[in-house]
Design a protein around this ligand. Structure first.
Ligand SMILES: [Zn+2]
Length: 253
């Protein structure tokens, strides 16, 4: 009986070395996230090596396996090489890969996530600073997988928020109106600039978002809120966040 083969497009999100020369690769496809074995990929003569770089966008051929499918062919469509040239872009790429792997569980959200992820990786190669792109991706990904925070209506009573709303609640799932402030004693007061950035990255397309110039302290607060939000939903820490912060700091100084 011959092996059953299939083809798909994918973005490489994670690679783990196993055995002497194999690798288990996590791939985001338009139909869901899959894990596949790449046999012998760490040997220099392997046809697969060089075509399974982290975050590269590939055309893949797989054979259906018992435990997991086996990669038989990979051709890079886009390699996003620019991400490898600067530490900040590289760290931003790792951050995108990790967030995607953390948050995407349901295959219903895969097609939307796939499109968002490609758009984000292309932008990370060309933008001057990566921050707005990362905020946008985090917010849009949360939206796609069902973790959309409430930013236009109060997360408790549903009334439309006015321009003076400044309370953010992790427990209630978004911004609160003044009347509902007491529903969460740990609600945080955020500046109007932070609130504005959160709304922009939730509502606007990426092309618009990257046009905004935002002060460093506002970025820091937006990162903090979005990361804590993501970690609450996934109950996991974002391991690449520390590396990203380090290289961003070096870049700013
Ligand atoms: Zn309210």
């Amino acid at each position: 009986m011959g092996e059953r083969l299939y083809r798909c497009e994918g973005i490489i999100l994670k690679r783990i070395d196993v055995g002497e020369a194999d690798r288990i690769v996590t791939i985001l496809t338009p139909n869901g996230k899959i894990q596949a074995t790449a046999r012998g990929v760490r040997k220099t003569a392997s046809k697969l090596s060089g075509h399974l770089e982290l975050l590269s966008h590939c055309q893949l051929q797989l054979a259906v396996g018992k435990q997991r499918d086996v990669l038989t062919q990979s051709i890079a469509i886009e390699r996003f090489d620019t991400l490898q040239l600067e530490l900040v872009r590289m760290a931003a790429g790792y951050y995108v890969a990790e967030l995607t792997d953390m948050l995407l569980a349901d295959e219903d959200a895969a097609a939307q996530t796939y499109t968002l992820c490609l758009e984000t990786l292309r932008a990370l190669c060309t933008v001057q600073t990566v921050d707005m792109v990362l905020h946008w991706y985090t917010m849009q990904l949360c939206d796609a997988v069902g973790y959309r925070p409430q930013l236009t209506e109060c997360a408790v009573c549903g009334q439309t928020l006015d321009s003076t709303a400044q309370l953010w609640s992790f427990v209630q799932g978004g911004m609160l109106c003044a009347d509902c402030a007491r529903s969460d004693i740990q609600a945080m007061r955020v500046s109007l600039s932070v609130f504005k950035v959160l709304r922009i990255v939730q509502r606007e397309p990426l092309a618009t978002v990257v046009g905004y110039t935002v002060p460093a302290d506002v970025h820091a607060m937006v990162y903090q809120i979005l990361r804590r939000w993501v970690m609450r939903q996934s109950e996991r820490a974002i391991r690449s966040a520390a590396f990203l912060d380090d290289v961003r700091r070096q870049d700013l100084s």
